[in-house]
Design a protein around this ligand. Structure first.
Ligand code: GSH
Length: 202
């Protein structure tokens, strides 16, 4: 399987961490891809022009990251990344969505602050995204006890990748101060080999 990959994408990181946590790391090969390069052939694999995209041996291309992680879950015999049992399963799905929502808002903020021409900066839009992130972090912090578990499920992996992305792109904004339990959980999770091997660079 070939993963179209960018070293700074938190959605890619989530897929790579999920694969590593279920013993699938050796099954992945990587194709470096810059989704912002108009000359890149990524749209031929993913019409949305986004990474991650996973190319299978038969030519099928899977996207987006939740679909790829679901596919990975069919390839191993360990505890499922997406828990099967009722309440726990729905909670994990919701927490995965919450974490991806943090990423969506954070990536939107990054574009607004870094890529968008300065004269077009829309402060209210930026503030709206920031508020989403703050509320979602509060919700994660309330449920921090449920993030525990070894091996981690998709909720914990997605939450950790979201927090790691905030550290990577928004170091100046301290999400830890008002959420010490979440900070403590993340400090331990970030030590896992799967996380250490995927620290974003760039
Ligand atoms: N919902 C998608 C989001 C993927 C995404 O937004 N990837 C970014 C990189 S972090 C990208 O490729 N952006 C290029 C673009 O939006 O044109 C997923 O979960 O895979």
């Amino acid at each position: 399987m070939t993963l179209r990959h960018s070293p700074t994408s938190p959605y890619v990181r989530k897929v790579v961490v999920a694969a590593a946590e279920r013993g699938l790391a050796d099954r992945l090969t990587f194709q470096a891809t810059n989704p912002w390069d108009p000359a890149d052939d990524l749209p031929g694999d993913n019409p949305l022009g986004k990474v991650p995209a996973l190319k299978l041996a038969d030519g099928t291309v899977l996207f987006d990251s939740p679909v790829i992680v679901r596919y990975l879950d069919t390839l191993h015999g360990h505890a499922p990344l997406f828990p099967h049992d009722g309440d726990r399963g729905w909670w994990a799905e919701r927490t995965h969505a919450l974490a991806d929502g943090i990423l969506d808002a954070a990536v939107t903020r990054l574009i607004e602050n870094v890529r968008r021409p300065k004269e077009l900066y829309w402060a209210d839009w930026d503030a709206r995204q920031k508020a989403k992130i703050e509320r979602a972090l509060d919700a994660l912090a309330l449920d921090v006890d449920r993030l525990a578990g070894d091996p981690p499920d998709i909720a914990a992996i997605a939450a950790a990748c979201a927090l790691g992305y905030l550290d990577f792109r928004f170091q100046a904004e301290d999400w830890r101060a008002s959420r010490p339990d979440l900070a403590q959980w993340y400090a331990a999770f970030a030590d896992r080999r799967s996380m250490q091997e995927t620290v974003p660079k760039g």
